[in-house]
Design a protein around this ligand. Structure first.
Ligand SMILES: Cc1ncc(COP(=O)(O)O)c(C=O)c1O
Length: 339
């Protein structure tokens, strides 16, 4: 059954599966010493700029944990929105792995701004207090919103002015890039992002994410060891790397994200004039949050699966993907309208 639950529920893109099949023809060195992994280092630089150093990992939690903990010491803190996947949905992985504290701040739309972080600088140097070191934002956010370039740059500039670093959880970075009509580089390296968790899985890869450092060779150096300790060093890394090669070279990241976002807009247009379905946040990528009545949830879920993210409300998240078709959306809208 096709669902609107998550972009994790959809199949892998055929061209990415094809890249695996092609990679599967021969033997190769292990642990990233293979020619495919070596060649994608340059490819990431082509797309993200010459300062980029990229490392494939298995999953999004692993990308976030390894990216952030490479930049921090145990007495330091990472500041993020209280909706961040890092805070809500990673089972305390960062705290366990790195021993650092997460300071999670409320937001109205999933987005942090420098003014919220400022008060935490009061205690810089106080040994009784954890020391803020990393700001972590999600682009797109967990609420389906997208930071503008100016908003990201303001956070990066603020971080650097206070000897901090900006991490971007980009599990859906491609969706943000197409939403802003930018490029991978213009929305990361050019804005001062220090480290990006670059998503593949939700946007068509079988599995795989990459941690990309920008102008941070000392963290990239440390990352080699952190990744192994975090059990994210793939012995057959070439099977992650070959997918990234196709993802970047064939612009699958872009076509898939564009399609997913277009399907979200189609769904939004279909429901935005229905009074019974208030849409809670701007629809800027591939997620729509709506408040539904409990009977409506029950009726719709007979035929369509989606997450109720807050039973109070209830609030539902509808998510589209590279594999959602216009017909899927139209059928869903018709069911909503007639319920
Ligand atoms: C914004 C965001 N970051 C990170 C992740 C973590 O990905 P994984 O489930 O592969 O660990 C997710 C997964 O849903 C996510 O939505």
């Amino acid at each position: 059954m096709k669902t609107f639950a998550s972009d994790n529920t959809v199949p892998a893109h055929p061209l990415l599966l094809k890249s695996l099949e092609m990679e599967n023809q021969a033997w190769a060195s292990a642990y990233g010493a293979d020619s495919k992994t070596v060649s994608i280092e340059k490819l990431f630089q082509k797309h993200f700029g010459s300062a980029a150093q990229a490392f494939p990992v298995f999953n999004g939690t692993g990308a976030n944990v390894t990216a952030i903990s490479s930049c921090m010491l145990p007495h330091e803190a990472v500041i993020c929105p209280d909706t961040a996947h890092l805070q809500v949905d990673e089972c305390g992985a960062l705290e366990k792995f790195a021993g650092v504290k997460i300071l999670a701040l409320p937001t109205k739309d999933g987005k942090l701004c420098p003014e919220q972080i400022e008060p935490f600088l009061t205690y810089k140097g106080d040994p009784h207090r954890v020391q803020p070191r990393v700001i972590s934002i999600s682009q797109t956010t967990e609420l389906g919103t997208v930071y503008s370039s100016q908003e990201v740059k303001a956070l990066a500039d603020f971080a650097h002015a206070h000897k901090m670093f900006l991490h971007v959880d980009g599990a859906r970075f491609s969706n943000a890039v197409v939403s802003l009509n930018g490029s991978l580089k213009s929305l990361s390296a050019d804005l001062g992002v220090d480290v990006l968790s670059f998503g593949g899985t939700k946007n068509g890869m079988l599995l795989g994410e990459a941690v990309v450092f920008f102008n941070q060779p000392q963290f990239a150096e440390r990352f080699h060891f952190v990744r192994k300790q975090a059990m994210q060093l793939a012995s057959k890394m070439r099977y992650l790397s070959c997918q990234f090669e196709a993802y970047l070279e064939k612009e699958i990241w872009k076509t898939n994200a564009l399609h997913a976002n277009e399907m979200a807009q189609r769904l939004y247009k279909g429901v935005s004039n229905l009074e019974a379905i208030p849409v809670l946040y701007p629809v800027q990528a591939n997620a729509i949050f709506v408040r539904l009545s409990p009977p409506l949830v029950e009726r719709l879920q007979k035929d369509f699966y989606f997450y109720v993210v807050d039973p109070k409300g209830p609030i539902a998240r509808w998510m589209t993907s590279w594999n959602t078709t216009p017909t899927d959306v139209d059928q869903f809208v018709a069911a909503i309208a007639s319920s």
